[in-house]
Design a protein around this ligand. Structure first.
Ligand SMILES: Cc1cc2nc3c(=O)[nH]c(=O)nc-3n(C[C@H](O)[C@H](O)[C@H](O)COP(=O)(O)OP(=O)(O)OC[C@H]3O[C@@H](n4cnc5c(N)ncnc54)[C@H](O)[C@@H]3O)c2cc1C
Length: 459
């Protein structure tokens, strides 16, 4: 028997290791445009100790290790570019603690968005976390490992800003804790110990997150959604500024699309307002509609979209579901989007220059921006559905993705969860001192270069 396979079985147990072609095929690809690459083994550990043993084995044998959660990050980030071991974290899915008063949850790294949502719904109905629009099997750890953003991005920032602590297995197999959990049983804060922020945004190239503490927030009883419509994209940054100034909105999106004829040429600013009572809702709504947006209505520059009740109910139940509703418009299951983390004022150029890329490649246009922080930035998503069964459709989408990576950088933004092409472009433009520091961190933590190689490879 293959000695590596045998060693993996000894670590994780029969039934949790595979080298069967059909499983290797499944782990060789994601929904996006990246080329597939097969792992040599798949292993699904159950404990931190098992993760440590797998990593030590990989070091001895000099085999790559690629951690993955849902494998839904779309840019090939969990595709094993150099083969090796696909380390599927989904069996580590215990919710270890919810501290209701301090509003945080301590979870294992394989806990999915869906599992945390339903657990909180059943046991802590007043609490929620910042859910991304991603399909619910996506994991919380995978999301913070790529600096994801969810429904509470507007008030609180990136989901990775909502991390209170981490347990990490280093690329050489040692485990360590980051945050208050390093000195106390409480996982309530990441600060004020020296900053060891070496694991978020690194796509698993500096270690494997095995546990984490995530901030929870009040779940308000009423959720209202309205869409404010303008024709001039130049007004959108101003509208966002005015809406966020009220501090009354829970989430704010802006976008435009060509897939629904009635929406072509229009820019929708979608505003979510939450409240615990009708009185609170009325107060918040009044401030946004009258104080922030009234002048556009009076001048005829903007107005409210007539959201039909079923559509409104769907939007309200699952905020920000815009991307998921259109990701298969071309059918054939292919979908990727470039997320540019952009200055809000670039919205008009993002739309105009993005439209040129859509039109060049004949892809239906869908651009959505999620406001992050009090408009400190926006995640501008240029979404590209494609048909995975049609090589031309895949190529067009891939080219569009690369051109959009370039566009995000040209407009002064940065690329969120970049694939290998985008990573390369970012590193080409990066401050040399930063690049040098990244190289040192990587060499120090992962001397044998086994962790998700091919990503953030600093030449
Ligand atoms: C329709 C659609 C809508 C989406 N909307 C959003 C959205 O609104 N917001 C958003 O943020 N994302 C969104 N996404 C992107 C993505 O699905 C999510 O970010 C998702 O949460 C990623 O989690 P995952 O478990 O699938 O990560 P994976 O793809 O499994 O992993 C992502 C990266 O993290 C690494 N990794 C995974 N687990 C670990 C670990 N335990 N330790 C260290 N590294 C690890 C992997 O190696 C990989 O590099 C969307 C995707 C789709 C398809």
């Amino acid at each position: 028997m293959d000695p590596v396979y045998k060693a993996l079985v000894e670590i994780a147990g029969e039934g949790h290791v595979s080298n069967r072609p059909e499983e290797l095929h499944t782990y060789s690809r994601d929904l996006g445009t990246s080329e597939p690459h097969r792992p040599d083994y798949v292993v699904a550990p159950r404990t931190t100790e098992q993760v440590q043993e797998v990593v030590k084995l990989a070091n001895r044998e000099r085999i790559p290790v690629v951690p993955l959660g849902g494998g839904l990050s779309l840019a090939g980030l969990a595709v094993p570019l150099r083969g090796g071991i696909a380390l599927d974290m989904k069996r580590m899915d215990t919710i270890l603690e919810v501290n209701e008063k301090a509003r945080y949850a301590v979870i294992e790294a394989g806990v999915s968005q869906g599992k945390l949502i339903s657990y909180l719904h059943r046991h802590h109905p007043d609490l929620r976390h910042s859910e991304p629009q991603a399909p619910t099997p996506a994991t919380i750890a995978g999301n913070i490992a790529i600096h994801g953003q969810g429904d509470l991005a507007q008030p609180y920032g990136f989901n990775s800003d909502m991390v209170n602590g981490l347990e990490v297995v280093l690329p050489t197999g040692e485990a360590c804790k980051i945050g208050s959990c390093a000195v106390s049983p409480g996982w309530f804060t990441l600060h004020p110990l020296p900053d060891l922020g070496l694991f978020l945004g690194w796509f698993g190239t500096t270690g494997i997150i095995t546990k984490l503490s995530l901030r929870l927030f009040p779940l308000k009883r009423i959720r209202e959604v309205e869409q404010f419509v303008v024709e001039d994209p130049g007004l959108v940054p101003e509208v966002i500024y005015k809406v966020t100034h009220t501090e009354m909105a829970e989430d704010v999106f802006a976008g435009t699309q060509s897939t629904i004829p009635a929406r072509v040429g229009l820019h929708h600013v979608t505003v979510y307002i939450t409240a615990d009572s009708e009185k609170e809702l009325e107060f918040k709504t009044g401030l946004i509609w009258d104080d922030a947006l009234g002048e556009y209505i009076r001048s005829g520059d903007g107005g409210f979209a007539d959201l039909l009740p079923p559509m409104k109910a769907r939007f309200a139940a699952r905020p920000g579901m815009l991307l998921s509703t259109v990701c298969d418009t071309l059918q054939g299951g292919g979908f990727e989007y470039v997320g540019g983390i952009m200055p809000v004022e670039t919205y008009p150029q993002c739309c105009q220059r993005g439209a040129e890329i859509y039109s060049k490649h004949g892809i239906p246009q869908l651009m959505i921006a999620r406001v992050i922080g009090r408009a400190h930035a926006m995640m501008f998503a240029w979404a590209y559905p494609f048909n995975r069964g049609d090589a031309e459709s895949v190529n067009k989408a891939r080219e569009a993705v690369h051109e959009t990576d370039d566009l995000a950088l040209d407009l002064g933004g940065t690329i969120w969860k970049p694939g290998v092409y985008g990573q390369k472009k970012l590193m080409e433009r990066m401050d040399p001192g930063t690049l040098q520091l990244m190289r040192r961190v990587k060499e120090l933590l992962d001397p044998n270069g086994i962790m998700n190689p091919g990503n953030w490879e600093v030449a």
